[in-house]
Design a protein around this ligand. Structure first.
Ligand SMILES: NC(=O)c1ccc[n+]([C@@H]2O[C@H](COP(=O)([O-])OP(=O)(O)OC[C@H]3O[C@@H](n4cnc5c(N)ncnc54)[C@H](O)[C@@H]3O)[C@@H](O)[C@H]2O)c1
Length: 321
């Protein structure tokens, strides 16, 4: 299939982009509008108002349709109000891009309850606040695409990002379950992990610099090679595809790391089987640690039951020997 053979378009569709006034969300909003979507550009009232209005003006100037919706995703009332604005303006919601966010970073031991609560409220609960009412709309329509925004800060790890990374990786669990519950109703759910030089990325505190172990991984990276692609315009095509009718994938995580687009997996090793007659001792576990850790065979369970099925198959195989 070539780009020309199957153009991706959103004619007649409406898309909500949270945090659409700046950075990656801005690029999403413009890209969706360019492909015919009616776009709900959400951002915070106050600091985000002018930014969201600028995006809507740009879309309208190019002949597209868009409205602002200026409520915080961090509250239930804010989420409900964004969804109500979308329905009042366009009567439907075909795709939801949960993108709004801020980064609050500090040494793990110094994070306060206020810091932790803020990260959970914006990233994790914020996604619930939008996705729950949107899910109800999509379920009735029998169609929908939901994209959550994770981060390599949690998925892989970034020193000083404990609260941010935990909230972001919570979205993986959320998306997996939304994908399972949405599947009978044509609702697909995925997580995207972007990498772009935005205001958020520029505000990363550098306090982790005295952590020599972590700095070794930072210093291995030659940013100059990737800089041309560390831009929101490189994230947008991935999310436009995931939010489109053309996309059939669900229950997955996709990374945009510069100009490289890749699926990210949570896999499970084949592992070591203890006896079924009695639990193993910790020493036995230690003796078989290499087998526990051996990832030369990887399974990709998509439900709890898939995971138990791996154990059942391994036991059957052993009994058959
Ligand atoms: N930039 C990166 O490299 C990177 C990497 C991983 C994940 N992310 C995630 O991508 C998303 C977009 O980040 P960005 O880099 O474009 O940041 P950004 O700071 O450029 O833009 C974020 C936008 O979200 C808005 N926002 C913040 N809190 C909000 C709230 N409570 N309600 C509504 N809007 C709110 C801000 O006003 C801003 O306009 C975030 O979720 C971020 O955590 C970014």
């Amino acid at each position: 299939m070539t780009d020309d053979a199957q153009p991706i378009d959103f004619a007649g569709q409406s898309v909500i982009v949270t945090g659409g006034g700046a950075g990656i969300g801005r690029a999403y909003a413009l890209a969706f509008a360019e492909r015919g979507a009616k776009v709900v550009v959400n951002d915070l009232d106050g600091p985000g108002r002018a930014r969201a209005e600028e995006v809507v003006d740009a879309i309208r100037a190019a002949g597209g349709e868009a409205i602002t919706s200026l409520h915080s995703v961090a509250t239930r009332a804010g989420g409900d109000a964004i969804v109500a604005d979308a329905l009042a303006a366009y009567g439907r919601i075909d795709a939801l891009i949960n993108n709004a966010g801020v980064l609050l970073d500090d040494a793990f031991e110094d994070l306060t309850d206020t810091d932790i609560d803020a990260m959970i409220a914006i990233h994790l609960k914020g996604a619930f606040h939008l996705a729950q009412p949107v899910f109800r709309v999509m379920k009735t329509a029998g169609y929908g695409r939901i994209v959550f925004t994770g981060s390599s800060s949690g998925m892989f790890g970034h020193a000083w990002h404990a609260a941010y990374g935990a909230a972001k990786t919570g979205l993986l669990g959320l998306s997996n379950v939304v994908a399972l519950e949405g599947s009978p109703f044509g609702i697909l759910s995925n997580v995207v992990m972007p990498n772009a030089m935005t205001a958020l990325a520029g505000n990363i505190k550098q306090g982790f610099r005295d952590n020599a172990d972590f700095m070794a991984s930072v210093e291995r990276v030659d940013f100059t090679t990737l800089l041309p692609a560390l831009r929101p315009e490189y994230t947008a095509p991935l999310v436009v595809y995931l939010a489109s009718r053309a996309c059939r994938s669900s229950h997955s995580v996709y990374s945009q790391a510069g100009n490289r687009y890749a699926r990210v997996i949570v896999g499970e090793a084949q592992g070591w089987l203890s006896s079924l007659d009695a639990p193993p001792s910790p020493e036995e576990i230690a003796r078989h640690w290499a087998e526990v850790e051996d990832i030369s065979t990887l399974h990709l369970p998509l439900t709890n039951y898939d995971e138990l099925g791996i154990s059942i198959a391994a036991n059957r195989e052993r009994l058959a020997q």
